[in-house]
Every structure is written in structure tokens, then in C-alpha cells.
Design a protein around this ligand. Structure first.
Ligand code: CTP
Length: 412
């Protein structure tokens, strides 16, 4: 993940049952390319051992402020100085209170006081503790000083209660950290993204669809949110989880996808059409399941009108980016679509390759701009390709102002 590669993340673990989830957090952060240094309170070590986190992070774990070996280089100052970001997960009510009041009586709170980098707290506690006015006030103080509070989720808690207090999903904590470490260069954009396949009903149990899984469009949505954009994602049937911070609109058929795109178009400043939209649908969907018969069957198909030219006519300062999934003559076909659909940029990919296109995590694309620009990427993760497409969007925007009604509003 671009924002986390080679970044130094200091993870502070305080003493709650959710401390065990720090293992998953360390694993996700290291997989994303970050260097993770863990520090633990004494109580955290009652729930999970430093050895576990040391093994997962591949770095020594700091547990004491006055340990002679750990402190030979005044370790707490070094930890604070080398951190690109600090996250406390889980953050107990006690640790939050100490941090809000500037106490520094253990390694975690001492590093927090010495730190100058962005700091996030991921609270986890009993539902009544989390709702207590003292905790609310302490979190408000931390927020007012610039800390990011990663809200706990709701659900069954280890203490037996139901409600808000569960440590945020480690994947969400990673997304928040990536957003903290990203330049918010898309803060002025409202990006509407279509993704995934469409399904055209033949009868109540059968449909026509394609091999798209939505991975590329979802990856762009994640990258755009991290970079500060407001994002709406119109998703055809897909099992992928909703990207953090993104508003998802589920659709099934091409008709639904195109009408959701048209109704959200006035809201957006940029439209990115990564969906594999059906070009034909059965002329009539049978109301009952079609029975087999031995003489075979012919399915009459009706074309689905392309909404893009109609939207392009109303685009104003909006930027429109399309995809061209091709199996032959990639550039010729992509250029034809760029012109026909009046796009600013088209992203062509050769879906006949095993390592690009549908259902895989990597892609190789050729981006062709209306300005004549041309760039072919090497094989990259879809997240990295998403960031490169967004870089192109920024370059186009630099030459064209954002729609005037959007200039005053941004997410943060
Ligand atoms: N697209 C769209 N609405 C449609 C069809 C396509 O918005 N009804 C968008 C796709 O999301 C994609 C681009 O247009 O961004 C190109 O889609 P593609 O299916 O490759 O183009 P078609 O015009 O349908 O051409 P083809 O003959 O290759 O199917």
C-alpha cells in the first residue's frame, strides 16, 4: 500500500482484552510494507506476551521506560522521534484519560508526550465506560489536539454486554493510518465510481453476467478515500467488502447501474466507470423458471443503451474516466472508446492475460488521455494502478477547475 511502504508505525498496546487483536494489526501493517515497532503497557502484557508481538513485527518490543538495556539510547525519545505515525490499539479508558491529561508514567504515555507525528487512538472498552461523559470529554480533548479517534464498532463485547466499545476492525485501523499518512490531494473531489459486473435476468433463477469481480473499481475507491476524496461506489453484484469511508450503492442489472450513475452524476466532480456493464439483456425476463425441453432454445437479446454520451453532454468541468477491457487491439479499441464516449482518460486492459484484468489482484494497464498522453504501467497491484489513475485525474484537474459548487466543500 503506497501510503504505508517503509513508513515507521509505532503501535501502543494498552491493557484490554482486545490486545490480542494487535497481532492481526501488526500482520496487516507489515504486509502493507510498514515497519512496526510495538510498545506495551504492563497491563497489556497480562493479555498478550511481548514475544508474540516481537515475532510478528520482527522488532524488539518496548515494555519499560527505565529498563537498562532497552533505554541505552533513551529509547522512548527515539521511538517517538522515528515514528511517522503512532496508533494506540486498543486504547483503554485509563490510557485515554492519561493521554488527555498529559500523564507520562509508562512507556506508552511517555512516547505519546514526546511524539510530534500524527497520533490515532482506537478505543476499546465496555459499552458503559465508552458512553461515560469522562471518556467522551477525554476523547474530545485528544481530538481537539489533532488526534484521530478510530471509533469502536458495535456488537457483542467480551464483558457480556452488547453495544459500542469493540475495537475497530484491524483492517479499518490500517485504512485510517494510510489516510493519515497520505497527502489529501483529492480533498476537493467527489468521486463516483462504478464497479463489478451486472446481471441480466433470464428468469427468476438464471442470468447473463461476465467475469468482472469489482476488484479494480473497489481498489480505486479505497485509494481515493485515503487521498481525501468523498467517494460513492455503485457496485454490481460483488462479494467484496465495502471500502472504509465509502458510500456504497448496490445494483444488479445494467439498467439499475446506469440509472444510479445518472442520478448521482450531478453530485460528482469525477466519474470513473470501472464496471463491466452488459451490452445486451434478454428481451423479456420469463416470470417463471424456464423448463428444459429437448429441442433447444434461442434467447432473444435486446441492446442496452450506453448512457455515457448523454452524461458527457452535461459534464461541464467534471472529469470522466472509462475502462476498456479488451482481448485484442487494445490501444485501437481503447482510443475509439475514448473518443466515442467523450472521456478525458481511458484505462485499457488486456483481459486475456492471466495476470491482468478480471478476478486477479494485479493489473497491467495502458492509460490514454484525451490530451494525447499515453502511459503503460508494469504489472502492479490493483491498488497501485488505482493510485496511478488518480494521479492522472489530478494532472487533468490541474488544467481544469473543479465544478464551482464543490470548491468550498471537502471531507476533512
Ligand atoms: N459503459 C457504460 N455504460 C454502458 C456500457 C459501457 O458506462 N452501457 C462504460 C464501461 O463502464 C467502461 C466503458 O464504458 O468504462 C467501456 O465499456 P465497454 O463495454 O468496453 O464498451 P462498449 O462501448 O460497450 O464497447 P464493446 O463493443 O467493446 O463492448
Amino acid at each position: 500500500m503506497r501510503a504505508l511502504v517503509d513508513r515507521n508505525i509505532v503501535l501502543g498496546v494498552s491493557g484490554g482484552i482486545a490486545a490480542y487483536k494487535a497481532c492481526e494489526l501488526v500482520r496487516l501493517l507489515t504486509t502493507a510494507g510498514a515497519q512496526v515497532r510495538v510498545m506495551m503497557t504492563r497491563n497489556a502484557q497480562e493479555f498478550i506476551t511481548p514475544l508474540t508481538l516481537q515475532t510478528l513485527s520482527r522488532h524488539p518490543v518496548a515494555t519499560a521506560t527505565f529498563d537498562l538495556t532497552q533505554e541505552s539510547e533513551i529509547g522512548h525519545i527515539r521511538l517517538a522521534d522515528t515514528a511517522d505515525a503512532i496508533v494506540i490499539a486498543p486504547a483503554t479508558a485509563n490510557l485515554i484519560a492519561k493521554a488527555a491529561n498529559g500523564l507520562a508514567d509508562d512507556i506508552v504515555t511517555t512516547v505519546l508526550l514526546a511524539a510530534q507525528c500524527p497520533i490515532a487512538f482506537a478505543p476499546a472498552m465496555n459499552v458503559h465506560m465508552y458512553a461515560h461523559p469522562t471518556v467522551t470529554e477525554n476523547l474530545a480533548r485528544l481530538r481537539a489536539r489533532g488526534a484521530v479517534i478510530i471509533e469502536p464498532g458495535a456488537g457483542a463485547l467480551a464483558c457480556g454486554y452488547e453495544g459500542q466499545g469493540r475495537l475497530a476492525d484491524p483492517a479499518i485501523i490500517v485504512e485510517e493510518l494510510a489516510a493519515m499518512l497520505s497527502a489529501h490531494d483529492l480533498a476537493q473531489e467527489r468521486i463516483l465510481i462504478t464497479a463489478g459486473p451486472t446481471q441480466e435476468a433470464i428468469d427468476p433463477v438464471r442470468f447473463i453476467s461476465n467475469r468482472s469481480t469489482g476488484k479494480m473499481g473497489f481498489a480505486i475507491a479505497r485509494a481515493a478515500w485515503r487521498r481525501g476524496a468523498e467517494v460513492r461506489l455503485i457496485a454490481g453484484p460483488s462479494t467484496l467488502p465495502t471500502p472504509h469511508g465509502v458510500e456504497r450503492i448496490d445494483v444488479t442489472s445494467a439498467g439499475e447501474l446506469l440509472s444510479a450513475t445518472a442520478s448521482n452524476f450531478p453530485w460528482c466532480s469525477t466519474l470513473i466507470m470501472a464496471a463491466a456493464v452488459a451490452d445486451f439483456r434478454p428481451e423479456r425476463a420469463a416470470p417463471q423458471k424456464i423448463k428444459k425441453n429437448s429441442s433447444g432454445m434461442t434467447l432473444a437479446l435486446a441492446p442496452i443503451a450506453d448512457e455515457m454520451p448523454r452524461l458527457a453532454a452535461k459534464k461541464g468541468d467534471r472529469i470522466m474516466i472509462g475502462f476498456a477491457a479488451e482481448t485484442e487491439e487494445l490501444e485501437v479499441n481503447a482510443l475509439d472508446k475514448l473518443r466515442r464516449k467523450q472521456l478525458d482518460l481511458i484505462v485499457g486492459n488486456d483481459v486475456s492475460r492471466a495476470d491482468a484484468g478480471f478476478a486477479v489482484d494485479t493489473n497491467i494497464v495502458t492509460m490514454l488521455g484525451a490530451d494525447g498522453g499515453r502511459e503503460t504501467t508494469p504489472k502492479l497491484s490493483k491498488e497501485e494502478v488505482g493510485d496511478l489513475i488518480l494521479d492522472r485525474l489530478l494532472a487533468i484537474r490541474a488544467r481544469r477547475p473543479a465544478p464551482s459548487e464543490l470548491r468550498a466543500t471537502s471531507r476533512s
